[in-house]
Design a protein around this ligand. Sequence first.
Ligand SMILES: Nc1ncnc2c1ncn2[C@@H]1O[C@H](COP(=O)(O)OP(=O)(O)OP(=O)(O)O)[C@@H](O)[C@H]1O
Length: 265
Amino acid sequence: MRELSGVTKRHGARSVLRGVDLDVPTGAAVGILGANGSGKSTLLRILAGVSRPSGGTVTGRPRIGYVPDRFPARQRMSARAYLRHLGRISGLSTVEAATRADGWLDRFALAGGPDTPLRDLSKGNAQKVGIAQALLCDPELLVLDEPWSGLDPDARDVLTEVIGEVSAAGTAVVFTDHRPEAVRALATRSHRLSDGRLEPLEAEVETCRIVLRDGESVDWAAQPGVQAVRPGHLDVTLVVTVEARESLLLKAIQQGCAVLSVAAR
Ligand SMILES: Nc1ncnc2c1ncn2[C@@H]1O[C@H](COP(=O)(O)OP(=O)(O)OP(=O)(O)O)[C@@H](O)[C@H]1O
């Protein structure tokens, strides 16, 4: 879907990226860790297509939703009007743009309501609008730069849930964060950006995805072979190692869960 090959980026004399290779296939959830100033935002800007690399190639042209590290919300326009407007210029009908805009603002519980002017929003509430604008037009690739930063606990949970949902539906997601445990829990591929290069965070294990209904009674995260658990509205998606797939399916059936799908990642 999107692939970076040998990507370099210089800012003046400074080499920020020194030959980054990154393959982002459909449905992948790619997590990137890195210290402050390691170049995560620089890398995500290139991935999102808002910045050009100094060298190397970027291939693939998916429809991209991008949440920058700082969402610039200095306008007088209300959150609702802004999102509706963006939806319209992205090709949605007036009704569809309004429905989607209100749906995302409602789900993320924008404090002050959807008619609050963007420039009056707090950092966290501006971040919610930033996330909503990226989701508005069903992106094929979602690029999220430290998307949890500034969000309250409820909104953080909603975002984690949404990432699980869109990724289960086939959207590729690339996100940065400073918390290794969060990256490991959510990502199907994890990397660390260090010294301008991207290293795998751990050896990759072949995984698959199991979607269950009525699986709430089991502590799936504690089961051997379960790498990530993503609760949805009516179902739960497990990312599991292929090795543990059969025993986990057996457990699910024994617990009375309905197995909705089993898919390779
Ligand atoms: N437009 C620019 N001009 C000059 N230097 C820049 C520019 N953008 C970024 N840099 C430098 O590139 C380096 C990487 O910055 P970047 O914002 O990508 O890091 P980061 O990993 O996202 O950091 P943080 O975790 O603090 O958000 C930093 O040293 C930064 O000062």
